[in-house]
Ligand binder design. Structure first.
Ligand code: F6P
Length: 357
């Protein structure tokens, strides 16, 4: 008999359900008896003992469904070792609930913060297997996270829609893409949507170069310009600020997000009409695309295989088109970013896309 706990933590994304189904089907189809306990709303469920025994039916009909049927929440790693408002030791509580249920292993689906806590639990002696989810694709140790491709599709769709109206009106349009501190989503959706300018955190921009590119397009007869701007995009000037100085700037920030600052700067410098579109959380919503359904199912299945073999302490990742197991201690606390010297950036530049650098 294997007793498994399962939880989804952090911002949701597409294919979380597909991944859990992948784990569960693999376990239920094995010869061994298996019990799966679902903890509700991420680590909160594990801390406060909110769980339910899941059956085969719970994993039926969820392959195509977005979100997570277990619910999710953000439980920041930086305060995980602090007592809660009632003085509860959260880490001790998680261990207690794990041992009370006599679990053999926890399956944890999450992104960067989630992996730090998962690794802490491993260090505390719990058996853990994790799966890499996030639309940001910023998890170290895997070339791809599930949710990413679906979000690329949605962000691309937004850029496509903007393209036709931008062309009709001869306007400059900014589409702000999620991705937190990294630019994978913006880079891929920007290229797929034919953006003329792509701004990502890894390549700080110079507003004059952006205006130059817009003017160059105008001179060539293109009255409109599309910018795909990562929510974490940063100017060269701001990139030079210390963390403290940058935080201070944000405290007095008058814009809803960086795209609005860029829009105002472009208007001031060029006199052109600029519009901003922010697809926001739509990028995390809806059904997973077919790629993510297959990818998450495969990762889930491999996680099930590890559990059946009793191999714990790993994230199931994807490297050079192979599914791999990556030690959790290697994953935790590291951020994967776009390499400004990578071939995809070079190719984008050869296509005439400006990164504002
Ligand atoms: O990590 C996924 C993500 O969607 C980021 O792209 C974004 O910066 C963040 O989560 C938004 O967080 P929240 O849903 O908590 O506002």
């Amino acid at each position: 008999m294997k007793r498994i706990g399962m939880l989804t933590s952090g911002g949701d994304c597409q294919a979380l359900n597909a991944a859990m189904r992948g784990v569960a089907k693999t376990l239920f189809n094995a010869k061994e008896d298996v019990e799966i306990y679902g903890f509700l709303n991420g680590y909160q469920g594990l801390i406060y003992g909110k769980f339910r025994l899941l059956t085969y039916a719970d994993f039926s009909g969820i392959l195509t469904k977005g979100g997570t049927f277990l619910g999710s929440s953000r439980t920041p790693f930086k305060t995980i070792q602090d007592p809660d408002e009632n003085g509860l030791d959260k880490v001790a509580a998680m261990k207690q609930n794990y041992f009370k249920l006599q679990l053999d292993c926890l399956v944890i689906l999450g992104g960067n913060g989630t992996h730090k806590t998962a690794n802490l639990l491993r260090e505390q002696g719990l058996n853990v297997v994790t799966l890499p989810k996030t639309i940001d694709n910023d998890l170290w140790g895997t070339d791809m996270t599930f949710g990413f491709q679906s979000a690329v599709d949605i962000a691309t769709d937004a850029i496509d829609c903007i393209h036709t109206t931008a062309a009709s009106h001869g306007r400059v349009f900014i589409v702000e893409v999620m991705g937190h501190k990294v630019g994978f989503l913006t880079l891929n959706a920007g290229m797929a949507g034919g953006a003329d300018i792509i701004l990502i955190p890894e390549i700080p921009y110079d507003i004059d170069k952006i205006v130059e590119k817009i003017k160059e397009r105008h001179d060539r007869g293109s009255a409109f310009t599309i910018l795909a701007v990562a929510e974490g995009a940063i100017s060269k000037k701001d990139a030079k600020l210390s963390k403290k100085e940058y935080r201070k700037k944000l405290e007095n920030y008058k814009y809803p997000s960086v795209s609005y600052e860029i829009a105002e700067d472009i208007k001031k410098k060029s006199g052109l009409d600029v519009r901003v579109t922010v697809p926001g959380h739509t990028q995390r919503g809806g059904s997973p695309c077919p790629y993510d359904r297959v990818f998450a199912s495969r990762l889930g299945s491999e996680a099930g295989k590890l559990i059946l073999k009793g191999e714990y302490g790993f994230m199931v990742g994807y490297k050079n088109r192979e599914i791999v197991k990556v030690p959790l201690e290697d994953v935790a606390g590291k951020l994967k970013m776009v390499d400004p010297k990578s071939s995809i950036v070079k190719e984008a530049k050869m296509l005439g896309i400006s990164f504002g650098d």
